[in-house]
Design a protein around this ligand. Structure first.
Ligand code: SPV
Ligand code: MG
Length: 440
């Protein structure tokens, strides 16, 4: 008799389930005792916004779940909140592991309970399956599932799934690890960096060299390899001017092979000077049609669909104005640029805003990269609202590391011993623990 009643009941279980483990199966089994199991699968964009890109895409995860024993139906859950699906499906039960009572998911739980009570539904919490953690399995699998092909494709996947991409400079293995692993919890959301920027300014500065294309590609590739070896996030390379067309085409393939996702090249010629000098240095803009040829040759040379060549407009840096930048943007997009970067060293960000308003009139869907080093009062959300899709913090790890190192060096000199800097330094134990030996 009991069995009969439960047949008419429905049970809703939401999963992201990139990696399926016996914890999921336990919950489905528990759910099946109560009624017909409907699985709500979180969509790729929802997962990408609250944690990392899923390893398996929605379609694959849907197929897998539809074929699991005791699952009657699979539906999309396209928000982190259960609200929409619960109101639509009105399941008799929601089944979830009891691990969501605390932590980041507790708000979602509270809301689900409220909605269930609107129509008399019930939340059933089953004890968390001890000994399996999806997060731990995910973390241990990511380095393995990180072939150059998978890694390279991540940037384009993110561009499709996320409102904007947050990028931080990484200039060696250690700073790569920071960008890879640092997370903060903010209003129920875990925030982390999406990708890494291998800056010419920082790569050169860490080598004690000026940012004038003196550090050659072989050396830049060593840096990239160092980062690639210990991280999984997509890499955007600052490719300076891209050099000669004849060299650029080879370099594109080298970068693709490594698993780099994008190279950004700037439309300057002659001795390259860092853009943040502005017109205090000689900034010579390339002929736009010559630069377009370089972009086009690169696009022809690339072997994969995923790799991106991004055209960086230096008109505002060189004092040539917004109209010049817009004209060039059109030419570079026609030549095949996958995105543009507009750079400015003005503090108020007005010329960036004005450029973007006009740019979006003729290129509504071309991704735009912004590097808000000077106009850093804007939040990411504001930059996104202005038209930015990739936001790069281009040099902040270098800029914070250098003064800290300098201060320590000075204090030891002053004191004639190192005791005074104990408070500024991490302990040796912490150093030894930054990098676990069994990472790979
Ligand atoms: C870099 O990080 O090397 C860049 C950005 O090219 S900027 O320094 O602002 O020119
Ligand atoms: Mg640079």
């Amino acid at each position: 008799m009991k069995q009969e009643i439960s047949k008419n009941k429905t049970v809703y279980i939401a999963v992201s389930a990139d990696i399926i483990h016996n914890g999921h199966i336990n919950i489905i089994e528990q759910g099946a005792k109560l009624g017909e199991v409907i699985i709500g699968i979180l969509t790729d964009d929802v997962i990408a916004t609250y944690k990392r890109l899923p390893i398996l895409d929605y379609e694959t995860r849907e197929k897998i779940f539809a074929n699991i024993k005791n699952v009657s139906k699979v539906v999309k859950q396209d928000t982190l909140s259960y609200a929409k699906n619960l109101r639509e499906l009105k399941p008799d039960y929601v089944v979830h592991g009891d691990d969501w009572k605390t932590g980041i998911q507790s708000n979602i739980r509270t809301q689900a309970i409220e909605i269930l009570s609107e129509y008399g539904g019930e939340l059933v919490e089953v004890p968390y399956t001890v000994g399996v953690s999806g997060t731990e399995i995910d973390e241990s699998m990511r380095p393995i599932l990180n072939t150059p092909d998978i890694r390279r494709a991540k940037l384009r996947r993110m561009l499709k799934l996320k409102p904007y991409i947050r990028v931080m400079e990484a200039s060696n293995g250690l700073s790569g690890l920071i960008v890879e692993n640092v997370k903060v919890e903010n209003q129920g959301e875990i925030k982390e960096y999406d990708a890494m920027w291998v800056s010419s300014l920082c790569d050169s500065s860490f080598k004690g060299k000026p940012d004038i294309e003196l550090v050659d590609l072989t050396s830049r590739i060593n840096t990239i390899n160092e980062i690639i070896e210990v991280t999984t996030k997509p890499i955007i390379l600052d490719g300076d001017t891209g050099g000669r067309v004849e060299h650029f085409v080879y370099n594109v393939r080298t970068l693709e092979r490594l698993g780099v996702s994008a190279v950004i090249i700037e439309d300057k010629t002659g001795l390259k000077q860092n853009s943040l000098f502005g017109t205090d240095a000689v900034q010579t803009l390339d002929d736009p049609y010559e630069f377009a040829k370089k972009i086009n040759a690169g696009k022809q040379a690339q072997l994969t669909r995923d790799f991106m060549i991004i055209a960086r407009l230096e008109s505002l840096i060189a004092g040539a104005g917004i109209e010049d930048a817009l004209k060039r943007a059109k030419i570079y997009i026609d030549a095949g640029a996958d995105a543009i970067m507009i750079h400015s060293k003005e503090k108020d960000g007005q010329e960036i805003a004005d450029f973007l308003t006009k740019f979006r009139e003729f290129a509504p869907n071309v991704p735009v990269v912004l590097v808000p080093t000077s106009y850093n009062h804007f939040t990411e959300d504001e930059l996104h609202a202005m038209g930015g899709n990739i936001i790069i913090y281009a040099n902040h790890l270098l800029r914070s590391a250098y003064p800290a190192m300098l201060n320590t060096a000075k204090e030891i000199l002053k004191s004639g011993r190192s005791k005074e800097v104990d408070g500024d330094c991490m302990s040796i134990k912490e150093v030894l623990n930054i990098i676990p030996e069994d990472r790979v």
